[in-house]
Design a protein around this ligand. Structure first.
Ligand code: MSP
Length: 527
């Protein structure tokens, strides 16, 4: 029997350019949450994918002398799908907005809204930012005094000129959802997280909502409006629908009922689309709204949001080639509170790699395995009577497992890691105090040595299970080295039971463990 549904989505990424570590950050956070829930036995589904229509992609393709579809195919194959391997993402599906399954279901949704009177034809004039793919209000713009665009109105996010557009478009009656949205935010206080994003959205909606222009007729790279094929669908309306078209909306009711409603992880820059437009669309169509929209912070470079268009993008493999994917995953989740902005630095990454992963966790694992080999020929000994110090370890493990699970429930991945790391620290301190190398010298302390080594090895067993969503490679190696493969893969071990003491079978045969996080000679590549 599958457990409770946990359907998690990442944003779908624009294929106008290759990924940088900001995109990878969203993917990793979502993947860790999904792996955790999967390991907890929840009926988990992780969706990611690409956003391929709209003017931004069209212009990039034209600039590269190709068609938008050919451009998208190339970028998906050469950049976006390989990203998932680079950072070890275990997604269950990958949707492209050019997939037939998506386009088909979008038409069903649109037609329903049209038939039910939520769409009308009207005139629109406004400033459009192609970078954001969004009509802008005057407050979203600024005049630049100097530089390439001196004297022009530019978008505050992209720093590029906006375009004044006047068109006859189709409109979605979003204004009528102002009150229902405010009611939603109030009745489900955890719908938008964290609080900073929630507050911003509530005050935005309270200022009043306009109807939304949802079609364009000046270019044709998009899904055609079914009742008027001279228009294509607005790219955001198209893109948001991926979350339901990927799980069977309009085509496979059983799957849809099983998965939906889902939870969305997005950058705070696009939280408004997800927490305002998207639930309004769903309400109009009579579909349940998402469970949660979590808007995480930005990776900053020099105090600004990292972005390719500002040439501050760092490619994920610049980091993983040196440090490995586990370290990438760990670093960003540990160093930045999920929900807040954070700065990346090579120095901080190297320092944490060395002190936390190599010396803290990796060294602990190697030492314990080596001592079981040396003192017990590689066979995990039985514990004798537990002393106070051993019981402290057992309590640390149990408390950490509970705290980590509670932290994941509230999307606080950094808190989950901090809780799990108390086990690493306690075990390292325990070994220093218990001095197993001294206990090994006398037959009289042999029983005590067994207890100490069992305690440390069992602590490692719990660590492997709890860290598997974050460090899938290192924990798989550790699991095998602890002789635990007979229990199945570490990624399948029930994570909510990880803190229950005594699961490591006495008599398990350990095998040599290479350094989980080898020393790195040259830390940062030269810029
Ligand atoms: N295609 C839209 C999303 C449609 S979802 C229905 C889009 N794509 S994007 O490629 O520009 O960016 C998607 C996401 O990448 C952002 O929401 C954010 O999660 C992530 N990031 C992009 N730059 C980032 C940083 N500098 N820092 C953290 N995350 C960043 O918007």
């Amino acid at each position: 029997m599958p457990g409770e549904s946990f359907y998690l989505t990442t944003p779908i990424f624009y294929v106008n350019d290759v990924p940088h570590i900001g995109h990878a950050y969203t993917e990793v956070a979502s993947d860790i949450l999904a792996r955790w829930h999967r390991q907890a036995g929840d009926d988990t589904w992780l969706l990611t994918g690409t956003d391929e229509h709209g003017q931004k992609i069209l212009r990039t393709a034209v600039a590269n002398d190709t068609t938008p579809k050919a451009w998208a195919d190339k970028l998906v194959k050469e950049a976006w799908q390989p990203l998932l391997e680079t950072i070890n993402i275990a997604n269950d599906d990958f949707i492209r907005t050019t997939d037939e399954r998506h386009e088909k279901a979008v038409l069903i949704f649109l037609q329903k809204l049209y038939d039910d009177g939520f769409i009308y034809r009207g005139e629109y004039e406004g400033y459009y930012c192609v970078g954001c793919e969004e009509y802008k209000q005057i407050d979203d713009l600024m005049e630049t005094p100097d530089g390439d665009y001196a004297g022009q109105l530019v978008c505050k996010i992209h720093g590029r000129p906006v375009e004044l557009l006047k068109e006859t478009n189709y409109f979605f009656k979003m204004s009528q959802f102002e009150q229902p949205l405010l009611d939603l935010y109030e009745s489900q206080p955890d719908f938008i997280q964290p609080a900073s994003v929630r507050n911003e959205i509530i005050s935005f909606v309270k200022q009043g909502l306009n109807d939304l222009s949802i079609s364009r007729s000046s270019f044709d790279w998009g899904i055609q409006i079914p009742w008027d094929t001279s228009h294509v669908l607005y790219v955001w309306f198209d893109a948001l629908l991926n979350y339901i078209t990927a799980v069977g909306y309009g085509t496979d009711q059983a799957t849809f009922d099983r998965r939906w409603p889902g939870t969305h992880i997005v950058g705070k820059d696009i939280a408004r689309f997800h927490a305002v437009i998207w639930p309004a669309m769903l309400m109009a169509a009579g579909v349940a709204v998402p469970k949660h929209v979590f808007g995480h912070g930005w990776l900053l470079v020099g105090g600004e949001k990292m972005s390719k268009s500002k040439l501050t993008g760092i490619a994920p493999n610049e980091i993983t080639d040196t440090f490995g994917s586990d370290a990438f995953r760990y670093y960003f989740m540990r160093a930045i509170s999920f929900g807040q902005d954070g700065s990346f630095s090579w120095e901080d990454l190297s320092a944490r790699y060395q002190s936390e992963l190599a010396n803290g966790f990796g060294n602990l694992a190697s030492r314990v395995v080596a001592m079981v080999e040396r003192y017990y020929d590689g066979v995990v000994p039985a514990p004798a009577d537990y002393s106070e110090a051993d019981l402290v370890i057992q309590k640390t493990v149990a408390d950490a497992a509970t705290a980590a699970d509670a932290a994941i429930e509230r999307f606080a991945i950094h808190d989950a890691l901090a809780a799990i790391w108390t086990i690493v620290e306690e075990l390292n301190g325990y070994i220093t105090i218990q001095e197993p190398w001294v206990l090994s010298k006398e037959e009289a302390t042999r029983a005590r040595l067994g207890t100490v080594l069992y305690t440390t090895a069992e602590g490692l067993r719990a660590l492997a299970v709890l860290l598997s969503p974050v460090l899938p490679e290192a924990t798989a190696k550790l699991w095998e080295s602890l002789g635990l493969s007979a229990l199945g893969d570490v990624k399948d071990q029930p994570i909510r039971a990880a803190g229950e003491w005594g699961q490591l079978p006495v008599g398990s045969k350990v095998s040599p463990l290479d350094a989980l996080f080898p020393r790195i000679e040259t830390a940062a590549p030269v810029a």
